[in-house]
Structures are given as structure tokens and as C-alpha cells.
Design a protein around this ligand. Sequence first.
Ligand SMILES: NC(=O)c1ccc[n+]([C@@H]2O[C@H](COP(=O)([O-])OP(=O)(O)OC[C@H]3O[C@@H](n4cnc5c(N)ncnc54)[C@H](OP(=O)(O)O)[C@@H]3O)[C@@H](O)[C@H]2O)c1
Length: 255
Amino acid sequence: MSMSDELEGKVSLVTGGSGDIGGAIAKRLGQSGSTVVITYVGAEDLANQAVDEINADGGNASALRLDQRDPNEIETIIGRVSQDYGRLDILVNNAAWNIGIPFPNLDELTAEIWDRVLETNLRAPFLLARAAASILKADGGGHIVNISSAGGISPGSSSIAYSSSKAGLNHLTRCLAVAMSPEVAVNCVAPGLVENTRMANRLPDAVSNAARKQAILGKVGQTEDIAEQVLTFVTSTSVTGQTIVIDGGLPGSMR
Ligand SMILES: NC(=O)c1ccc[n+]([C@@H]2O[C@H](COP(=O)([O-])OP(=O)(O)OC[C@H]3O[C@@H](n4cnc5c(N)ncnc54)[C@H](OP(=O)(O)O)[C@@H]3O)[C@@H](O)[C@H]2O)c1
């Protein structure tokens, strides 16, 4: 896709840009003219690959390491972006962690796993929004897009902890939309199964096959579908507090 200038002069921070969906989102924002900073925690090579792809395409991208379970690292990274660019227009809370634990296996879902999932998937998006609030508000047209999951609407996903973290993220979206208005719009994309992603590959086969079979449009989402919705949100000035499901149409996630 060729470059456009819709987001010219804007700066975006995409957490988990070393991941499949985060990489696609960063690429789409970069193609639209935004400077893009992505984060990774372990996969430095994949982060560099995503950065190289965006820059080869005429964009302006860089990568920073962030373990978002650590509140201090969150403060540091927002400080770094402020210092390097003097502005932040778009925060995409995309990074998340999951592990496949079938819902009935209650004993396998330990307190440690619960905390790791909730700290990464729910507490960190809040702390990132809190740390970035003043710089996002500064220009009057800031955006946050949270990436949750259809599993946060209907009870089915990699684990109970993951579903619960994403349900929390859907509601955090509404709460932050109120808290950060009128300067910042806060919205959420809730993917169902997204094909060709490492995270989808960690789902139990029964879960992914059921999603494919039940999608009333005959297919589930691709990473590009998620990225396109993020772009739609960040180029709108009249939508906030909304969660949109992208899953090929699963009756269970229609609310
Ligand atoms: N794939 C799907 O089918 C699907 C479905 C529904 C929702 N989603 C949601 O879509 C988003 C992206 O998923 P994906 O498929 O692209 O997953 P992914 O490829 O596994 O990427 C996850 C990203 O999160 C980062 N991350 C994990 N733990 C972190 C931590 N403690 N601190 C900072 N970053 C951390 C990873 O960094 P490293 O690469 O450095 O490890 C990676 O960049 C997630 O919010 C996920 O819940 C995905």
C-alpha cells in the first residue's frame, strides 16, 4: 500500500509491535504518515524486523524495550517518547500475554498466572494511559486504542484469566473515554481468532476450529483487518468509548 498523509506530523506508540497484530498496526499507522514507536519485551529481532519494514516503506519507526508489568518502565518509556518527539498523539495498547488453560481446569490457573495475565493485559494499559494522559491531551486531539478480545465479551478464549482481563479492558475503554474527554478519544478493537498469528496458535485447537466454523461471514479476521479498524478510530473525531468486534461474525460475541 502506498503512503498517505492522513497522520502526517503525528506520533504513535504501539505496544507489542514485535507481535503479529501490533506489527500490522504499526505498519498501517506508518503508511499513513505517523512516526511510530513500537515496544517489545523479548523479541528484539522481530521488533527490528517490523521497524525495518516500516522504514523501507518510507516511514519513520523505532523500537524500545518495555516490560509493561513494571510500572517504572512504563513511566520511563512515556518520558522517553516525550523527550525524543515532544508529542504523542496515538497510544495503541496492543501488547498482551496468554497461555492456554481450558476453562474447566480451574486448578491449573494459579495466582501467579492470574497476576501475570492481569498485570500485562489490564493494569499496564491503564498505567500507560495514565502516564501518557497529559501529553496525549496537549494537542486536543489524542487517541487511545485498546486491543482486547471477543473473549472479553463471551466466555471463551485461551483462559479464564485472559477472558477476564479483556472484559476489564473493554470497560477500562469506557471509563477512560469519560476520564480523558474531551481531549482524548478512547476506543477498543476486540478481535476474535486472527489467522496466522502466534497467539492464535497457542489456543486449544477446539477453540480455533469452533471460531472458524461459526463465523457467519465464512472467515475470521486477518491482522490487516485489525490495523484498518485502528486507523479508522484514530482518524475519527466523533467516536469514543466504543468496542468493535472483528471476528467474521460470531453470534456469541454480538452484544
Ligand atoms: N492473535 C489472535 O488471534 C488474537 C485474538 C484476540 C485478541 N488478540 C489480541 O491482539 C493483541 C496482539 O496479539 P498478537 O496475536 O499480535 O500476539 P503476539 O504475537 O503474541 O504479540 C504479543 C505482544 O505483546 C508483547 N508482550 C507480551 N508480554 C509483554 C510484557 N510483559 N511487556 C510488554 N510487552 C509484552 C510481546 O512482546 P515480545 O514479542 O517481545 O514477546 C508481543 O509484542 C493482544 O492484545 C491480543 O490479546 C489476538
